[in-house]
Write a protein of this length. Structure first.
Length: 266
């Protein structure tokens, strides 16, 4: 296990590192999750193994610290991740990022471009959402005020989360979970989608085939973003269909023959 101080107050972000060749790959989990249980199986698969890989837990999640004085905006998450990558000597990394982690990865690439060479976004949040009381995921969490969430929402969300998500959600700081969900639903300005459209690095969006077409996919494709539907899975693509996830991710991380893999334009 490795760690780095990423806030003025001394809070540490932690990750597990797999040795291998550069450039580095960085795996980033989603809301209420952690990178080891979500990514280890695919990160060590023969089609993806052999590269230096960091399985990072965002602040407030997993094995990282859970400060209560951190605001947990997407920008703050991205800046903290940037500090960890700088401390790890990472530059030009390939980011494989799930759900909220994909949103953080987009913001990271926009704010700290030298740290990112390629993005694989796994059913990532691209647009603001509307809080929805009683529902699962970030919309349900964001429907509570922070005071309500700390008093009763934590337990109610745990009952709706199901045993798999709860296994990692229960490790998250309560303030961290609520603030992260609230800011994920609120999004960024410009939005995550608008930031993604303007990035110059190779970008791929993976989504479950069963969800149907990705809204706004045509504009993404025109901007050079690959949109890949993965069969036989739900939101947690890497867990539901590891083989399909590995195939799609390996293809997204392989530059065209004789090229550097960067898009040449719409």
């Amino acid at each position: 296990m490795h760690s780095a101080v990423v806030t003025p107050g001394g809070d540490r972000m932690r990750w597990v590192e797999l040795p291998g060749a550069e450039p580095c790959r960085v795996y980033v989990h989603g809301l209420g999750a952690a990178s080891l249980p979500y990514f280890t199986e695919v990160a060590v698969h023969p089609q993806l193994a052999g590269r230096r890989s960091l399985l990072v837990d965002l602040l407030g999640h997993g094995i990282s610290d859970r400060p209560t004085d951190f605001d947990y905006t997407l920008e703050a998450h991205a800046d903290a991740l940037a500090a960890a990558l700088e401390a790890a000597g990472v530059a030009g990394a390939e980011l494989i990022a799930h759900s909220m982690g994909g949103s953080v990865a987009i913001v990271l690439a926009a704010r700290h471009p030298r740290l990112v060479s390629r993005l694989v976004l796994v059913d990532a949040n691209l647009d603001p959402l509307t809080p929805a009381p009683g529902t699962g995921g970030s919309r349900g969490i964001a429907a509570y005020s922070e005071e309500e969430f700390l008093a009763r929402g934590w337990a109610e969300v745990g009952e709706r989360a199901g045993p798999h998500w709860w296994s990692t959600m229960r490790l998250a700081g309560r303030e961290a979970l609520h603030r992260s969900a609230t800011h994920l639903v609120r999004g960024t300005s410009p939005t995550m989608r608008e930031l993604l459209l303007k990035l110059a690095v190779p970008r791929t969006c993976l989504l479950p085939e069963a969800d149907g077409p990705l809204p706004g996919a045509d504009a993404l494709v025109r901007a050079g973003v690959q949109v890949v539907a993965v069969p036989d899975c739900g939101h947690n693509i890497m867990l539901d269909n590891p083989a399909g996830f590995v195939r799609a991710t390996a293809a997204a991380l392989t530059p065209p023959s004789g090229a550097d893999g960067r898009p040449t334009g719409p």
